[in-house]
Design a protein around this ligand. Structure first.
Ligand SMILES: [Fe+2]
Ligand SMILES: [Fe+2]
Length: 194
């Protein structure tokens, strides 16, 4: 990967990978829901900020990619004979969303930075899976997804950038990085992507 726009505030807890691989079916069911929610939140941003032509263009494309990820994970679940279960909810995303400020442009800035952080964490974890999965085809699939989510992280960051001046952007980004890291450290380590 090239130079990333920012680094996560902490790595995923060391025990996560073994737990995620230990119940890969559960991890992949959660993963499908993550991709599904990524489509929904991209479309929701288009709904909320229709006047930003560049955002509409970029996020409609992103939603298309995320929906392809949903299809790809669904295909692999089906091949594995795994039936999808209802979404167990997502404390990680809920806790992040609680920190989104009201009023513009603070709200839009927070939504986009928060999305960039979620993409960064997803890319990190999908990359960890890619590096450890014994089945080569599945490892390759996860490596491709990790690269895609890495691109999304840069896209959300680029969309956030013009909203405020550079020092304000960096200050708020640092706050989001600390917040995200604190949330990750507080959550139980489970067989799920978030
Ligand atoms: Fe995705
Ligand atoms: Fe993504």
């Amino acid at each position: 990967m090239g130079m990333a726009s920012f680094a996560l505030g902490c790595p995923t807890p060391a025990g996560w990978l073994a737990i995620a691989l230990g119940d890969l079916d559960a991890t992949m069911r959660d993963h499908l829901h993550c991709e599904r929610k990524a489509v929904a939140s991209a479309l929701s941003l288009i709904h909320q900020y229709p006047e930003r032509t560049e955002l509409v263009r970029a996020l409609s494309r992103l939603a298309h990619e995320e929906s392809r990820h949903v299809m790809q994970v669904a295909t692999r679940l089906r091949r594995r004979g795994v039936v999808l279960t209802p979404d167990r909810g997502d404390l990680y995303a809920q806790r992040l969303r609680q920190r989104v400020r009201k009023g513009e442009p603070a709200r839009q800035l927070d939504l986009l930075l928060c999305a960039a952080l979620i993409e960064a964490r997803s890319a990190e974890r999908l990359g960890l899976l890619a590096g450890a999965l014994p089945e080569p085809a599945l490892a390759t699939f996860y490596a491709e997804l990790a690269a895609s989510e890495e691109g999304h992280r840069e896209l959300f960051f680029a969309l956030a950038r013009p909203l405020v001046d550079e020092p304000s952007l960096r200050m708020r980004l640092d706050e989001w990085i600390s917040t995200e890291a604190a949330i990750v450290r507080a959550l139980p380590v489970e067989a799920r992507i978030h």
